[in-house]
Design a protein around this ligand. Structure first.
Ligand SMILES: [Zn+2]
Length: 134
């Protein structure tokens, strides 16, 4: 992970905003020497760190459901997404309460039954929000 030249305790997102604000402001000479020449190393370091923050912010957590749907086990393209309820509460079936149960989506192979990906319902919702706002 690229570090910002800003060593304060501000969040990485805040530091990224500061970098862009500074560059957008014609009267902010943080990245320039007294002679007007830019401090290339600082500029490059902060630009790289800012880019990382932006990439992280725009990446749907774990729910990129658009990845290759080919089965890595048998190579079959016959794969399908399914939805199921799951629990890791340790409570036996029949005694479960609503909060013991969560939704997962999984990509399964119809040919060899391999489970290729498992994605939580929350991650799918986040992916849909990101896709809708893109
Ligand atoms: Zn397969």
């Amino acid at each position: 992970m690229k570090q910002f030249t800003d060593q304060s305790t501000a969040t990485r997102t805040e530091k990224a905003k500061r970098v862009l604000r500074s560059l957008a402001n014609g009267h902010d000479y943080r990245y320039f020497h007294g002679d007007g020449y830019p401090r290339h190393n600082d500029l490059q370091q902060d630009a790289a760190a800012t880019l990382e923050v932006l990439e992280q912010l725009t990446k749907p957590a774990n729910a990129d459901v658009t990845v290759s749907r080919e089965c890595p086990e048998c190579g079959s393209a016959e794969t399908e997404w399914h939805c199921a309820q799951t629990t890791n509460s340790g409570v036996v079936d029949g005694r479960l309460r609503m909060h013991d149960v969560s939704t997962v989506f999984y990509l399964g192979c119809n040919h060899c039954s391999e489970t290729i990906r498992t994605v939580s319902g929350d991650d799918v919702a986040q992916w849909m929000n990101t896709a809708a706002n893109a």
